[in-house]
Design a protein around this ligand. Structure first.
Ligand code: SRM
Ligand code: SF4
Length: 567
C-alpha cells in the first residue's frame, strides 16, 4: 500500500480540525501559525499568506515574512442581503486590506488580515449570519448556482438546492465555532462525528455547481459534480448529472490535466442530496490519499473507469440514474446591465473587473456598492464570474439605484472583451503564483481592445481568462482564449475552449510575453472578422479554419501530451 500523504496524518491527528490553531492565535511572538495548523485553517476558510512584493526587502533585513491571512466566505448560490454586504464592507475596511475580492466561486475573499485581527474578523462575519466553514480544504466547497432571479421560481428552486447541498455536506465538527467564535468545547467534551466526510475528510477539495440552461455561467463541466437543471413549465423537474470535471494541472507533468465532467444521467430534485452524498462517499473511499496531485475525483474516475464509478455510485444509491435529458447551453460568463424579471422587478449585472471591489479613479466600486446597499431592499448576488448582481429592485426604486450607479461611475458598460474576461488573484498574495494575473490582465485587455476594434470586433463577445499558474482558478482552459502563467511576464496561450463552456482549449503558443501575445492574437482577430460564418464564435472559427486541431484526447488534455494523443 502506498504511504499516506502528510496532510492525511495532519487531518487524522487534528481532533476534527482543531489542531493547535486556538493556541497559535494567542501567540503574539510571530505573525504566523504552526505549519500543520496552516493546513487545518483551510477547512475553516482561512489561508495563511505573505505579501510576496515585500519578500526580498524583508529577507534582506532578516525579518519574518509579512504574514497575513486570507478568509473566504461560504455563500451557497452567492446570495447576500444588503445588510450582510454592508457588514462585509465594514469588516474589509476594519480588519482586512480595505477591499473585497469577489471570486470565481460566487463568494468574497478578504486579504491582508493580520493574526491579531483574525478572530475579530471571523466574529464580524458570524455576527452577519455568515461563515467561512469549508470554504477551503479537503471538503465540499461553496456550492455555486446560476444567479438569475429574472428566471423566477427556477432560480429560487436551484438556489434552495445549492443551499441544501451545502448544508448537507458541511463538516459536523464544531471546531470553527470553538476556535473563532465562542471558545467553548463541545458539551460533555465529546468529539463530534463526520458521518459523510469521515474523520480524515476527503482526499482533496470537492466542488459542486448548478447550472440553469441556457446559461452555463457556472462552467458546469469544471466541477466534481455539475448539476444541470431541467425545467418544465417554469419549475425544475430534475437535474442532469455530470461528474469528474476539474481544471488544475502542473506544467511539465502530463499525468495532471484539466478534464471536463462526464454526463452520467438524470435525477429528480428529491434524489439530489443522495446523489451528491454518494458521489462524495465514493470519492472519499476511492480517492488517492497518497499523492495530492492525483487526488481529485477526475483522477479517481480515470483510474477506475467511468463505468465502474457509475456502477459503484448506483450501488450505493440503491437506484439507477435515468438517462440524461436534452438541454442546450448558449453561453458561459455573466449577463450584465439591466434585466427585467417576469414579476416586474429589475436586476442589474454590475461589472467588477477581476472581482476586485475597490475605489478606483472614475469608478468607485467600494463606496458605490456601499451606497447602493444602504438604499437597496432586494438582494445582492455574487456571480460565478467575479461580478455582482443587484437583484430584486422594485420598479419604484430603479431610478434611485440607477442614479447611484451613475454617481459612482458604475453605469458605463465595459467592452465586450473586458466583460468576458477573468483573472485569478495571483500576486502579491497567492503563494503559488508564477506570474501576474489580476494586476496584469487589465492592461493586456487595453491592448487587445484596440486589436479587436481595429478588426471591427468591438462588440463581439470572446471569452478570455488568465491565471498566474496552471492551477486554473479562473477556469482558463474553458475560455476561448486562455493565458496561463509560466514565470514572471511569460504565459502559455491556449485557444479553442467553447463559448458555452462545453469544450476545453488546447495549447497554441508556449512561453510568450506581452508583445508575442498581441502578435499571436492580432492576426487571429483579423482572420476571424473576415472569415467567420454568421453567429460563429471565435474559438469555433479557430477550429474550423484549422488554426488549432479540433479534438483533444477524450475529455482531457495536457500541454505536454504526445502529439498523437493531443491531436
Ligand atoms: Fe483556486 C489554490 C484562489 C477558484 C483551482 N486558489 C488556490 C489558492 C488558495 C492558493 C493556495 O493554495 O495557496 C488561491 C488563493 C489566492 C489568493 O491570494 O486569494 C486560489 N481559486 C482562487 C480564487 C480566489 C480565484 C479568483 O480569482 O477568483 C477562486 C476562489 C474560489 C472560491 O471562492 O472558492 C479560486 N481554484 C478555483 C477554481 C475555479 C472553480 O472552482 O470553479 C479552480 C479550478 C477548478 C478546480 O478546482 O479544478 C481552482 N486553486 C485551484 C488549485 C488546483 C487544484 C487542482 O486540483 O489541481 C489550487 C492549488 C491546490 O489546490 O493545490 C488552488
Ligand atoms: Fe494562485 Fe495559480 Fe490560483 Fe492564480 S491560478 S490564484 S496563481 S493558485
Amino acid at each position: 500500500m502506498s504511504t499516506l500523504s502528510r496532510n492525511e496524518t495532519i487531518k487524522a491527528e487534528s481532533r476534527l480540525l482543531r489542531g493547535t490553531i486556538a493556541a497559535g492565535l494567542d501567540d503574539a511572538v510571530t505573525g504566523a501559525l504552526a505549519e500543520d495548523d496552516t493546513q487545518l485553517t483551510k477547512f475553516h476558510g482561512i489561508y495563511q499568506q505573505d505579501d510576496r512584493d515585500l519578500r526580498p526587502e524583508r529577507m534582506k533585513k532578516r525579518m519574518e515574512k509579512a504574514f497575513s491571512f486570507m478568509a473566504r466566505l461560504r455563500v451557497p448560490g452567492g446570495v447576500l442581503t444588503p445588510a450582510q454586504w454592508l457588514a462585509m464592507d465594514r469588516m474589509a475596511r476594519d480588519r482586512a486590506n480595505g477591499t473585497l475580492r469577489l471570486t470565481t466561486r460566487q463568494t468574497i475573499q478578504f486579504h491582508g488580515i493580520i493574526k491579531s485581527n483574525l478572530r475579530p474578523a471571523i466574529q464580524a462575519i458570524h455576527a452577519a449570519m455568515l461563515d467561512t466553514i469549508a470554504a477551503c480544504g479537503d471538503v465540499n466547497r461553496n456550492v455555486i448556482c446560476t444567479p438569475n432571479p429574472a428566471r423566477g421560481p427556477v432560480h429560487d428552486e436551484a438556489l434552495a438546492m445549492a443551499r441544501a447541498i451545502s448544508a448537507h455536506l458541511l463538516p459536523k465538527s464544531r471546531a470553527w465555532h470553538e476556535i473563532f467564535i465562542d471558545g467553548a468545547p463541545v458539551a460533555g467534551g465529546e468529539e463530534e462525528d463526520e458521518p459523510i466526510l469521515g474523520r480524515t475528510y476527503l482526499p482533496r477539495k470537492f466542488k459542486i455547481a448548478i447550472a440553469i440552461p441556457p446559461l452555463n455561467d457556472v462552467d458546469a463541466f469544471a466541477h466534481e459534480l455539475g448539476l444541470i437543471a431541467i425545467a418544465e413549465h417554469g419549475h425544475i423537474v430534475g437535474y442532469n448529472v455530470a461528474v469528474g470535471g476539474g481544471m488544475g494541472m502542473t506544467h511539465g507533468e502530463p499525468d495532471t490535466f484539466p478534464r471536463t465532467g462526464d454526463l452520467i444521467g438524470f435525477c429528480t430534485p428529491d434524489q439530489v442530496l443522495a446523489v451528491a452524498e454518494q458521489v462524495v462517499t465514493v470519492q472519499r473511499d476511492w480517492g488517492d490519499r497518497s499523492d495530492r496531485k492525483h487526488a481529485r475525483l477526475k483522477y479517481t474516475i480515470e483510474r477506475h473507469g467511468l463505468a465502474a464509478f457509475v456502477a459503484e455510485l448506483e450501488r450505493r444509491l440503491g437506484f439507477a440514474l435515468a438517462p440524461a435529458r436534452t438541454y442546450a447551453f448558449t453561453r458561459s460568463g455573466d449577463l450584465s446591465g439591466w434585466e427585467e424579471g417576469a414579476d416586474g422587478r429589475w436586476h442589474f449585472g454590475l461589472f467588477v473587473e477581476n472581482g476586485r471591489v475597490a475605489d478606483l479613479p472614475g469608478r468607485a466600486l467600494l463606496s458605490g456598492l456601499r451606497a447602493i446597499a444602504e438604499a437597496h431592499d432586494g438582494r445582492i448576488i455574487l456571480t460565478p464570474n467575479q461580478h455582482v448582481l443587484i437583484a430584486d429592485i422594485a420598479p419604484a426604486r430603479k431610478d434611485a439605484i440607477a442614479a447611484l450607479l451613475s454617481a459612482h461611475g458604475l453605469d458605463r458598460a465595459p467592452s465586450a472583451l473586458r466583460r468576458n474576461a477573468m483573472a485569478c488573484v495571483a500576486l502579491p498574495t497567492c503563494g503559488l503564483a508564477l506570474a501576474e494575473s489580476e494586476r496584469y490582465l487589465p492592461s493586456l485587455i487595453d491592448a487587445l481592445e484596440d486589436a479587436a476594434a481595429g478588426s471591427g470586433l468591438a462588440d463581439d463577445e470572446i471569452t478570455i481568462r488568465m491565471t498566474g499558474c496552471p492551477n486554473g482558478c479562473a477556469r482558463p482552459y474553458l475560455a476561448e482564449i486562455g493565458l496561463v502563467g509560466v514565470r514572471p511576464g511569460i504565459y502559455n496561450l491556449y485557444l479553442g475552449g467553447a463559448f458555452d463552456g462545453s469544450r476545453l482549449s488546447k495549447l497554441y503558443r508556449r512561453e510568450i510575453g506581452h508583445d508575442a501575445i498581441l502578435a499571436a492574437l492580432r492576426p487571429l482577430f483579423a482572420a476571424y472578422a473576415a472569415g467567420r460564418a454568421p453567429g460563429e464564435h471565435f474559438a469555433d472559427y479557430a477550429i474550423r479554419a484549422g488554426i488549432i486541431a479540433p479534438t483533444i484526447a477524450g475529455n482531457r488534455f495536457h500541454e505536454d501530451l504526445p502529439a498523437d494523443l493531443a491531436a
